[in-house]
Design a protein around this ligand. Structure first.
Ligand code: DC
Length: 231
């Protein structure tokens, strides 16, 4: 089997996968690709420009002429048409919009090509919902990172409070998390699910350091097994 040089990290929101994926990439000196940021950026910009969520009513034109840049720098993780959206995409309202945007097949298809293209040269850490199942089913290393709904909601609430969103309550966040899980897992195109060859990592009662250690060891072992050089 020919493997892609991708460490695929999938899982639901709030599982800690973004923090872990970023740390893993940094500690192995690899490119970090956050695919959720792409869905979020499109959702944000489409909403800003008042574009209808209908492919033939303007959305298609917007996507085909859009200039999306990923990973220009830490300060500019993602931009669309020259607008740096790195901080804006973390706002609470964008999560809901991104979940809706992520169910549009044409958007998924556009981002599928975009993501495959970004990862075509170097070994990288790519995180999302369908990386190990759809985008890179032949990734040499796959993890499915998860945690209980309660733990994930508490983590999400902390992030929102930190970013200045102080009016949200835990029960509100739990409801949002459950709703988003349901729609991410039940959508027709590329639903969130664990790839059969992905290693399950439940972070509910683990600290970041031990999760990082587990993933790092797993990735290095896999790389050695299949003959990919990552350090
Ligand atoms: O991981 P996140 O919360 O930043 O993702 C934002 C939304 O995009 C979320 O609803 C799931 C969706 N998404 C997806 O459908 N496929 C991906 N590969 C990444 C994110």
């Amino acid at each position: 089997m020919e493997y892609s040089k991708v460490i695929a990290i999938d899982g639901p929101s709030g599982s800690g996968k973004s923090t872990i994926a970023k740390k893993l990439a940094r500690s192995l000196n690899l490119l970090y690709i956050d695919t959720g940021a792409m869905f979020r950026a499109i959702a944000y910009q489409v909403n800003e420009e008042g574009i209808e969520l209908n492919w033939s009513m303007g959305l298609g034109d917007f996507i085909s002429s859009m200039d999306m840049q990923y990973g220009l720098s830490d300060e500019c993780l993602i931009s669309i048409n020259g607008h740096n959206l790195t901080d804006k995409i973390r706002e609470h309202h964008v999560s809901k919009l991104a979940s809706i945007i992520s169910q549009i097949p044409e958007i998924r298809s556009y981002l599928l090509d975009y993501q495959r293209n970004l990862a075509k040269n170097d070994v990288c850490v790519m995180e999302g919902r369908d990386i190990g199942t759809v985008v890179f089913p032949n990734a040499f290393c796959k993890f499915f990172v998860t945690a209980s709904v309660e733990v994930r909601s508490k983590r999400r609430l902390e992030q929102l409070v930190e970013s200045g969103d102080e009016n949200v309550t835990l029960s509100q966040v739990m409801k949002d998390v459950e709703k988003r899980d349901k729609s991410d897992m039940s959508r027709d195109v590329a639903p969130l699910k664990q790839a059969s060859d992905a290693k399950l990592v439940d972070t509910s009662s683990m600290n970041i350091e031990s999760v990082l250690e587990e993933l790092k060891l797993g990735a290095l072992n896999k790389a050695q097994e299949v003959g990919i050089t990552i350090q």
